[in-house]
Design a binder for this molecule. Structure first.
Ligand code: TYD
Ligand code: MG
Length: 460
């Protein structure tokens, strides 16, 4: 059979070139040409020849007449993972698991395969990252039947596809998509063209053979990656595994899910014997919270579950211009916005100080409801005043608007109930939050409520 030809396609203007250019000859965009495999198709010189070819006429079906088949899901036996997936793996589906190196992607997928193998499912672990001996070393630390999983240490895509076709596993892990290499493309493994080709061929096989695929992909710290991002539209489900490598807690979220909700999230802890699900995360974080200036508790939502986390801030005089703004666990731009509103509308200026904000435990909160906690933690640190009264930390949530108002966020009742459950409260929340809240229409009012012992705020 003729070998697939390769072309270079500009990702900005879709111009096709026979060879790679640093800059697109058509639109002038730099580094936009991506190699793609093409079947030796009729050339475009045919003047729309392909369009003129008559296709088979298919019959559309009225939605009401479509037979809905109940899909039997494959349970990984890891409760938090199954929940985030929407009730387990769907046969023939592709799940992309992204996360920074060392976060525990291989551990999670090894554990899942181990459980599936233990339940009598045919599994296969394909690794282009580690040797079979290394994978075995990890599996020896893990519970369950992790050692029963067959492994294939291979980076050649053709070999992997042929092996999958011969072995017919029900569930396969490809660790990682960036390490497989398609021989008919010249680009290095992990380049955009390669990653797309790898995912495309695996998808076709998975759909044809009904194999559930867990595709592991590395995400760099900046979230920029020659990889997973370009695959998001190809796969059925995108899971993000996050947290900090040095810390024990990790969260697993669905960013996209064709078979379930994207609002689910799971919390794990990395221990000696692998990842352990954390079901009482709020209790732990509240228990670990400190009673010192710069600390408040945020009543956050992790998917549909409320979660109490400690937000800490440190404000320290700085000679640097501009001073440092370091955010761990929250969005940096959100921090900048909160600092600007604090200065402009609440009389808390930190223009000549370094500001560090940290969500304790290595948890990441990506929701506007975190704004108020960040603001209160920074104000508490800047003024050297403990937030709240007595022994109990103050809990809060709410989005901060640009005019200094507090805006409501999703699920106030669940957040309030969670805070009350752990003896925190009343919780400082936007107006209309309901029973159990100290309602504050503006950031300034919230600040007064939280920092009662503080000197009166200066006029902005
Ligand atoms: P790993 O799953 O290899 O991360 P990734 O595939 O995302 O790069 O493992 C991450 C870290 O977890 C590694 O540094 C070792 C540690 N670890 C444990 O602490 N306990 C364990 O039982 C295992 C298997 C790993
Ligand atoms: Mg790994």
């Amino acid at each position: 059979m003729a070998r697939a030809a390769t072309v270079f396609v500009c990702s900005a203007c879709a111009h096709e070139a026979p060879k790679w250019h640093g800059r697109c000859p058509n639109c002038g965009e730099w580094n936009s040409l991506v190699e793609e495999a093409r079947a030796p198709a009729p050339s475009r010189r045919g003047g729309g020849g392909a369009a003129a070819r008559a296709g088979r006429v298919a019959r559309p079906v009225r939605l009401a007449d479509v037979e809905a088949v109940k899909i039997a899901r494959l349970l990984t036996g890891i409760g938090e993972l199954d929940r985030v997936l929407g009730g387990g793996l769907v046969p023939g589906s592709l799940v992309l698991l992204g996360g920074s190196p060392g976060i525990g992607k291989s551990t999670l997928t090894s554990m899942a395969l181990g459980n599936l193998a233990g339940a009598g499912r045919r599994t296969l672990y394909v690794s282009g990252e580690e040797s079979a001996a290394q994978i075995k070393l990890r599996a020896e630390r893990l519970p369950g039947a992790a050692l029963d999983v067959p492994v294939l240490a291979e980076t050649d895509l053709d070999t992997v596809v042929a092996t999958l076709d011969a072995e017919r596993p029900e569930v396969v892990v490809i660790d990682s998509v960036q390490t497989l290499h398609a021989a008919d493309l010249t680009g290095a493994a992990g380049s955009v063209g390669q990653v797309r080709e790898v995912a495309d061929r695996i998808t076709r096989l998975a759909k044809a053979r009904d194999i559930a695929v867990l595709l592991v992909g590395h995400v760099t710290k900046e979230g920029a990656l020659a990889g997973p991002r370009v695959l998001e539209h190809l796969v059925d489900c995108v899971l993000q595994f996050e947290g900090e490598r040095e810390r024990t807690y990790r969260t697993l979220r669905a960013l996209k899910n064709r078979f379930g909700s994207t609002s689910e999230a799971g919390v794990f802890e990395m221990r000696q014997g692998g990842l352990v699900e954390v079901q009482d995360a709020s209790a732990r974080f509240v228990g670990e919270a400190t009673r010192a200036p710069g600390s408040v508790v945020l009543a956050a939502m992790e998917g549909s579950r409320p979660l109490l986390v400690e937000v800490q801030a440190l404000v320290s005089p700085s000679e640097l211009v501009p001073p440092r703004r370091i955010a761990n666990g929250i969005d940096r731009n959100r921090l900048a916005l909160v600092l600007a509103v604090l200065a402009r509308h609440a009389g808390v200026g930190v223009g000549s100080a370094d500001v560090f904000v940290n969500v304790a435990g290595g948890v990441r909160v990506d929701e506007p409801g975190a704004d108020l906690a960040v603001a209160l933690a920074v104000a508490s640190a800047a003024r050297g005043v403990v937030a709240g009264e007595g022994e109990r930390p103050v809990a809060c949530f709410g989005e901060i608007g640009l005019t200094g108002e507090l805006r409501s966020v999703a699920h106030p009742e669940r957040r309030l109930a969670e805070a009350a459950k752990f003896g925190l409260g009343p919780t400082i929340a936007p107006a209309g939050a309901g029973r159990g809240a100290t309602e504050a229409p503006t950031l300034r009012v919230a600040l007064t409520a939280a920092l009662r012992a503080a000197p009166r705020a200066r006029a902005a």
